[in-house]
Design a protein around this ligand. Structure first.
Ligand SMILES: Cc1cc2nc3c(=O)[nH]c(=O)nc-3n(C[C@H](O)[C@H](O)[C@H](O)COP(=O)(O)OP(=O)(O)OC[C@H]3O[C@@H](n4cnc5c(N)ncnc54)[C@H](O)[C@@H]3O)c2cc1C
Length: 590
């Protein structure tokens, strides 16, 4: 077997291991790739249940008051530190244990409610929202999801109040985007009572201020020469735990403490293993699914801040005897930020609700949310920056800080390129398997026709049927019909790509990017339509017979549909060959 083929087999095996095994409900994103509109997951637009909403409103009011009085994003950025008093205060208002069960001192909120809290923090200070995410969304997540009752009882009470802090340590020099390539070793002791950990981690948020770190390390697979990743709870008081760099100086989110540490013969009791041994990669990716959801919330908050800042300036700054907001090229920027911010919030809410409602596999949706919201925020900040002109460049305004802070978003918790490829490949896996069944049977009819027939009928069924998008408001029917048609066209494009490229599609990232791009906009449009539909229904219930048009939602759908059509037509009409030739020529030059 060639080295390339061996690597491919390894990747396929890792992917198989990651994808949740066994029968499960068809999720929304996977449904899209099959040509279905799985309405139950996205319509009607989800709401936090009334009982929790009251509690959430109270918490949000407390959080806002605390942030108004004590959070100084400028000082945090300049001093490259979040003061301990702020951390303690965040703990007091419940932010550091929002989703932890009440029995361990948390607020017991659902993910949708948690996202509203994170949106509020993200709208003010990215350092603080990343710190909270590192602690709560990922740092203690594996403990919340996979910890035993005893482990939770032992660790959580101090972590949810902020008396202790958490961190999530996956990244290493050799394991960045290639998260499965963790090299940190965990060797079992001869008596099996503990593991001995050796290796280094880098770029870890909260590394030097955390009291408990979820650390991914490689353990031997019993009765084999293989190894697999296992999740461990490690504390800095364990002998051999060494901070190599407590705060790596950096460009943005400067208030967060991003560090490097080494474990040198660190003895970790076997009781500190989280979840099943050898399942650490799956645990890590599940943890990151939660992180990506709150990432979406933080980006939404920051995009709303961009909108507010852009509007304030456009309404006050005059040039050519007009306010900037009177110029169409400025209006274009403001309209796009408003449309995107509306979509980001809708997408965050629906993705969080998938977790709350117990959909087993929401990996594609969280990846879409992460890529979409981080890209849209980057654009929104850039547009707001442009509207402010030269003034944005100076440190007395927040935009230069927001630019520096936002740049990590497209890289951290899975770079957008890796996630784009992931969205396309995991999405296409379902229809791809059906085609494989058909091919294999054509090549070897002795396998029997049963499965191939079923697969063929599924593919054919999706190819002839335009899915129904069940909106309740008559004024949205035309958008719903267009969306249904685009899903049908998307399904045909996916089928064509699978038939045309077959297995090599695994390497064709330019094709994957268009398919993932279309899928993301289909999901975003769905979320916008669902939210707008709910708003219209709400207005009707309150006696408003002709509710006003939501211009942000209207614009988003029009622009999103245009982008989808473009992605699909570019699959057949592009300059990929020239692009690859130019890249090859440039890459060879050095
Ligand atoms: C401020 C900060 C905080 C962080 N906090 C944490 C933390 O708390 N815990 C933790 O475990 N990690 C953390 N990280 C690490 C972060 O998740 C990684 O930086 C990220 O996963 C990317 O890995 P890398 O930096 O090694 O980039 P690389 O893997 O070297 O990738 C570099 C670039 O190559 C491209 N690329 C890579 N692979 C592919 C591919 N397959 N296809 C196409 N393009 C590709 C992408 O454009 C990518 O941005 C943090 C990083 C930073 C900067």
């Amino acid at each position: 077997m060639s080295e390339v083929e061996a690597q491919r087999q390894k990747e396929i095996q890792q992917a198989e291991e990651l994808l949740f095994a066994g029968p499960q409900a068809l999720g929304f994103a996977k449904g899209l790739f099959h040509g279905h509109f799985v309405a139950d997951w996205v319509m009607p637009y989800p709401r936090v249940p009334a009982a929790q909403q009251t509690e959430l409103d109270k918490t949000l009011a407390e959080v806002r008051q605390f942030l108004d009085e004590h959070l100084d994003p400028v000082a945090i950025d300049r001093q490259a530190d979040i003061p301990r008093a702020v951390i303690d205060g965040l703990g007091r208002v419940g932010v550091l244990g929002t989703t932890a069960p009440v029995e361990f001192g948390g607020r017991g909120f659902m993910q949708m409610a948690n996202c509203q809290v994170l949106e509020e923090i993200g709208s003010r200070c990215a350092s603080t929202s990343v710190f909270v995410n590192a602690h709560h969304s990922i740092g203690i997540r594996a403990l919340l999801l996979f910890g035993t009752h005893e482990q939770k009882q032992k660790w959580l009470p101090k972590l949810v109040t902020g008396e202790q802090l958490g961190a999530f340590a996956l990244t290493e020099k050799e394991a960045g985007s290639d998260a499965a390539n963790v090299q940190m070793q965990a060797r079992p002791s001869p008596d099996g009572s503990h593991f001995i950990l050796n290796g280094e981690k880098r770029y870890i948020t909260n590394a030097a201020i955390a009291h408990v770190l979820t650390v991914m390390a490689r353990t031997p697979v019993p009765d084999s020469d293989k190894t697999a990743i296992t999740a461990f709870l490690v504390t800095p008081d364990m002998p051999g735990f060494t901070i190599l760099e407590a705060r790596m100086p950096k460009m943005g989110i400067r208030g967060t403490a991003t560090g490097r540490f080494a474990l040198r013969d660190v003895k970790v009791p076997k009781e500190n293993i989280l979840g099943p041994p050898g399942k650490g990669l799956k645990i890590a990716l599940t943890v990151l699914d939660f992180g990506r959801t709150t990432f979406g919330a933080c980006c939404t908050g920051a995009a709303k801040t961009c909108l507010r800042l852009a509007v304030e300036h456009a309404n006050t700054r005059k040039q050519f005897n007009k306010t900037l907001g009177e110029f169409h090229l400025v209006k274009k920027k403001i309209a796009r930020i408003a449309a995107d911010a509306y979509a980001m919030e809708a997408m965050t809410t629906i993705t969080a609700s998938l977790i709350d409602r117990g959909l087993e596999d929401y990996m594609i949706e969280t990846a879409m949310l992460k890529v979409f919201t981080t890209e849209r925020l980057w654009e929104a900040i850039n547009e707001a920056f442009q509207i402010y002109g030269g003034s944005a460049y100076f440190v007395d305004l927040p935009l230069e800080r927001m630019v520096r802070d936002a740049r990590i978003n497209q890289i951290g918790e899975g770079s957008n390129e890796v996630l784009t490829s992931f969205i396309a490949l995991v999405g296409m896996r379902g229809p791809g398997m059906e085609f494989k069944e058909i091919y294999d049977t054509m090549l070897k009819p002795s396998r029997g026709l049963g499965k191939a027939w079923t697969a063929g009928m599924h593919r054919l069924g999706a190819a002839v049927r335009i899915p129904d998008v069940p909106v309740r408001s008559a004024e949205l029917r035309s958008f719903a019909n267009q969306l249904g048609r685009l899903i049908w066209r998307f399904n045909i494009a996916v089928n064509r790509a699978l038939i045309a490229y077959r297995e090599p599609i695994l390497d064709l990232q330019l094709v994957q990017e268009r398919i993932a791009g279309a899928a993301m906009d289909l999901f975003a449009s769905t979320c916008v339509l669902s939210r707008w539909d709910a708003e219209l229904q709400f207005a009707r219930r309150n006696g408003d017979s002709a509710p006003q048009t939501n211009h942000a939602a209207d614009l988003f759908l029009r622009q999103s549909f245009r982008r989808i059509r473009r992605f699909l037509s570019d699959l057949n009409d592009n300059e990929d060959k020239a692009l690859l030739a130019a890249a090859h020529s440039a890459l060879r030059r050095e």
